[in-house]
Design a protein around this ligand. Structure first.
Ligand SMILES: [Cu+2]
Length: 121
């Protein structure tokens, strides 16, 4: 085997490994779940990137999440009934204690588009 073809085989193996890693980590259709800590929601084309993810917190923890949005709207957290405006290509951060157990829809209020689910358990 020449030196160049050996390099070619090696490069091919590296590419195959990267493809396998990407498929294993992000290729499934399973919805993302975030547990505790600071969560990030990306709204692209007025839809949540990667689907509606569930943000899970234990009761008494601090809920912290940031929404980045490519459309102007109002972010509404049902149950807690917190609302904040977000500008086009802007972001808004919420931080509050997880006092109410259960599932709470987070949505783009004007569009009626759910962007995440807040689960307090
Ligand atoms: Cu709402």
């Amino acid at each position: 085997m020449s030196r160049n073809s050996r390099i070619g085989v090696l490069a091919g193996a590296v590419v195959a490994a990267i493809v396998a890693f990407v498929l294993a980590s992000g290729g499934s259709s399973e919805k993302a779940t975030h547990t505790s800590g600071h969560a990030y929601i990306y709204v692209v084309g007025a839809k949540p990137k990667g689907g509606v993810q569930t943000l899970t917190y234990n009761k008494g923890e601090q809920v912290v999440f940031t929404v980045f949005s490519d459309v102007a709207d109002e972010i509404h957290i049902h149950g807690f009934n917190f609302k904040k405006d977000v500008t086009k290509n802007g972001s808004v951060t919420f931080s509050f204690p997880a006092t109410d157990q259960g599932g709470h829809v987070i949505e783009l209020e004007k569009r009626g588009q759910q962007i995440a689910n807040l689960e307090v358990r």
